[in-house]
Design a protein. Structure first.
Length: 100
């Protein structure tokens, strides 16, 4: 499973998924301690400006972990058949381990 985690400062799980431009992507079938890759969105690709669809760089993710998410974005992920986890955990690896 591919899991995207909001990490705006590249260190901790961040809030405001719709405003986030940096995400770590983990592949839970490989290494759960290191991100598989880092994705940086352009301002136009931020979820506050762009819907989650097949053209979005994060569409390949099966799940999203974030500190907070708006209702509309939450619904977009659900409608795409993807899971959303809201966490108070700040460490991305610990947040990932909590759902796996």
């Amino acid at each position: 499973m591919k899991v995207a985690i909001t990490c705006q400062n590249r260190k901790t799980v961040s809030s405001h998924a719709g405003k986030c431009t940096h995400f770590f992507v983990f592949d839970t079938e490989k290494d759960r301690t290191q991100p598989e890759r880092s994705i940086v969105l352009s301002p136009q690709q931020m979820f506050r400006h762009h819907r989650l669809n097949e053209a979005h760089p994060l569409f390949m993710a099966d799940a999203l972990i974030t500190g907070s998410i708006g209702e509309n974005l939450f619904k977009q992920w659900q409608q795409a058949g993807k899971k959303v986890y809201v966490t108070a955990e700040l460490d991305p690896v610990q947040a990932l381990q909590a759902i796996c």
